[in-house]
Design a binder for this molecule. Sequence first.
Ligand code: F6P
Ligand code: MN
Length: 312
Amino acid sequence: MGEGINDYTKNIVDLRRHMWMAGIELELRRLIWQIAVVGKYISAKIHESNRKLAGFKNVYGEEQLALDRVSDDILKNKLAHSGFVSHYASEELEDIVAIGKGNEQYIVTADPLDGSSLVDTNLAIGTIIGVHRKSIFDTGRNSMVAALYITYGPLITMIYSAGKGAHEFVLDREGEYVLSEENIRLKEKGSIFSPGGLRKDWTDPHLKFIDKLETDGYKLRYSGGFVPDINQVIIKRGGIFTYPALKKSPNGKLRLLFELQPMAYIVEQAGGRATDGKKDILNVQVTSVNQRSPIYIGSAAEVAMAEQYLSQ
Ligand code: F6P
Ligand code: MN
């Protein structure tokens, strides 16, 4: 006899069961679940776009909306009907928008399709989500209650944290998010580095820091996609990703609200750290939705080393 459905389900911990067992509050559990479901729709759109074959035209020959716009619409619509979200802020929109009735307890931030320019290269891309209570114009430390990201690669994986550790799930063939790693913990020190920006634009202290990593034998791992690059640091249990202050852009490139805060939240929950060079990313005050910040994120030893170089 083959494996029955009960044998299959009793051996897996799916996302909903995991959040329930972790004692995460009902509305937050439902919200995270709905976002994870949107990840399935976004991945279907990525497949549908079939860029290599159709050149971004659909089967009727119509030009399709860019994938990042489509992903944003799907996410915004789903959250607007969730009943838990009052406001939505996205990298695709100019400003934060009211999507609920006003009495809902959560505000969601999104980078709906990070690294969308990598779609044609068939490298991994992702969705990054932050969940805040009350206001986003605060520090992440005060306002964030959860974060998650989905990686669309050879497999679709999702890491979430609702303040009780960071956990990885894999989307299986049955369309279920199945627990693959619970309570991920970074080591004190790793062996890979992922340096954003051009060497000619780096500041002197940053250049010296990267030189030191190279001298110490750290291996270069940079795909140009924030999600897979961070995911690599997390899954390999350490190392560092940086997108530093550049000579002509002192705030670097990456967005505090949509990209950095959610990843900092997850990495801290996994025992790592994230700093802008001086302050923890989660202690930086958010004053505008499009705020950017330099970032050094990963295992504790490398982040401390970065702080030391930058203070000189
Ligand atoms: O969202 C911005 C982004 O595409 C990130 O995914 C990535 O880490 C970064 O930009 C790459 O920047 P660059 O092309 O300068 O290396
Ligand atoms: Mn992005």
